[in-house]
Design a protein around this ligand. Sequence first.
Ligand code: SF4
Length: 638
Amino acid sequence: MAQTIAQIITAETSLICEAGTGTGKTLAYLVPAVLSKRKVVLSTGTRALQDQLFRHDLPLVLAALNSAARVALLKGRSNYLCQYRLERALGRAARLNRDLRADLSRVRDWAQVTTSGDIAECQIAENASVWPLVTSTLDNCLAQDCPRLNRCHPQAARRQAQEADIVIVNHHLLCANFALQLNQVGAVIPEPQCWIIDEAHQLPEIAMQFFGLALSTKQVLDLTDDLVTAADSEHDLIGSAPGLSAAVTALTTAAHTLHQAFANVTGRVAWQDLDDPEPILRVLAQLGEALTAVADSLTAVAGQNKEWDRGRERCADLLKRLARLAAPPSEADADWVRWVDVQNWGMRLHLTPLDVAPIFAALREQAPATWILTSATMTVGGSFDHFARQMGWGAEVRTASWDSPFDYPRQALWFLPPDMPDPSTAQYTQRVAVIARELITIAQGRTFLLFTSHRALREVAAQFDTPSFGYPLLIQGSAPRAALLDRFRSLGNAVLLGSTSFWEGVDVRGEALSCVIIDKLPFAMPDDPILRAKIAALQRQGLNPFLEYQLPHAVIALKQGAGRLIRDDTDRGLFVVCDPRLLTRRYGTAFFNSLPPMTRTQELAAVRAFMQPPETLTPAVKPIKRRRARTIKKTEDN
Ligand code: SF4
């Protein structure tokens, strides 16, 4: 893999490649990246993986190669302390509650010693309420007008990235950067000669979020908060902006009214499915009027206060978004979906592109470079077509794959519980709970039970969360994800119930995780507005949405879920998919052909034998005979 990537970088072409778990994928791209002596931007899925590359993997490679390559870590601006907002928050500390004041003092102390300003270095939880007070957003940053520009951490991080040979970013920043590039607003990531994108299977979905347009009530309320804060700190200016206070109050009311207009809606809903959009359009028009009134009041005091001047630009930006989001549907919107997300905190209006392939193709044309996209889960039935199509690549791009070196037939047993009802039946989740309970006992805890829906997770959690359960039970949402994983590793016999966020990017090696149970095949929710619009768009093109989109997505998701089990060559484990459709539907073979070649069985006795501690195994069950166990009894019978 390293040799192939080195050739691709030298030839200045591009590569899409899959490397199974345990291949050493990270080293295989880091070594040629360092040796190439070119400017390389590396992107990975999460900030945690970014930190791992920056603090561990890359230093190892640089030392081994005796390289003096300059490396920079670049995150989104909300990951850095904003000196200006910290000062402003300290000035208003008396108005904060005691906990916030305590956290603010800790941030102030840390601000004296940090050189990077990366909030991950500060010993305060990353979801603490203090962070929005002392970090900036694209909306509220004063940029060139900032009085603290010379001590600005986000700016310093960007400068370092400009000067570095290798820059490590994450996909969210990468896609935000591409969106800026497309809008010709000015990119934050320096243009490299080579992009290396790990966990690349996530890129198309993340890109959809960033290449679209959105407007939230929170954005509006953040603006009014910032305007009020600026006014409070500049009492003498209030007199010179008499209409501003009333206009800001009216805008705050308009934002709350907009949220209330969706009182009968929860979650993600397509605009076209709203019962009666007319009243909502009227509320949006009122929001537009309120924004215009604030902008006019701010124009009257232009040049007197930098935050007010920035506020005027923010009003203009919000008005532009509003005009597009509230406009009647047009032909230009055919490949976009308009939808709303309504939550307790407020609501967000979205316009999302259904196909990011042309956008990526345009980006590649705009700034030609080598692209290396890699992941452990890209192919479906050995083909890269699904991924390449989403990224706008045709047959011209080179593809390659390297299988995992693990001995899956020996190390993993894939159990398909017999006689499970169809997942659409009312008793399905109950049956999952029963079989999961039995398997957890066999595995002596040490299990991830992964769900495709929060509803099923809650239902099973309510049943298991009793004193008689017998094993430590960790439930998603009861603590931060990282804390749950730390506890899972240290307990050694815990059972973790999780949904989507535990399907990917979780690495638990050794016996603590010996069983992964999946409740259902991970098909996306059919009522999701983006999925429905995507299906309709594919139908319009005369394509089969299930085969072209839904099935490949589910296969990749199941590959990710299965990937949690065997993390090194000494791991052994049981993989369970409760969903009977794997055997009863023809598409089941797409999953079997795409996942690692685990031994498969429907016999509970084989599971018991496999899960016995190695020292107690009798010659009769050690090992399970490969040929017999790899067949699926039921399928053979059919
Ligand atoms: S330039 Fe922006 S991020 Fe930097 S200190 Fe000023 S407001 Fe904060």
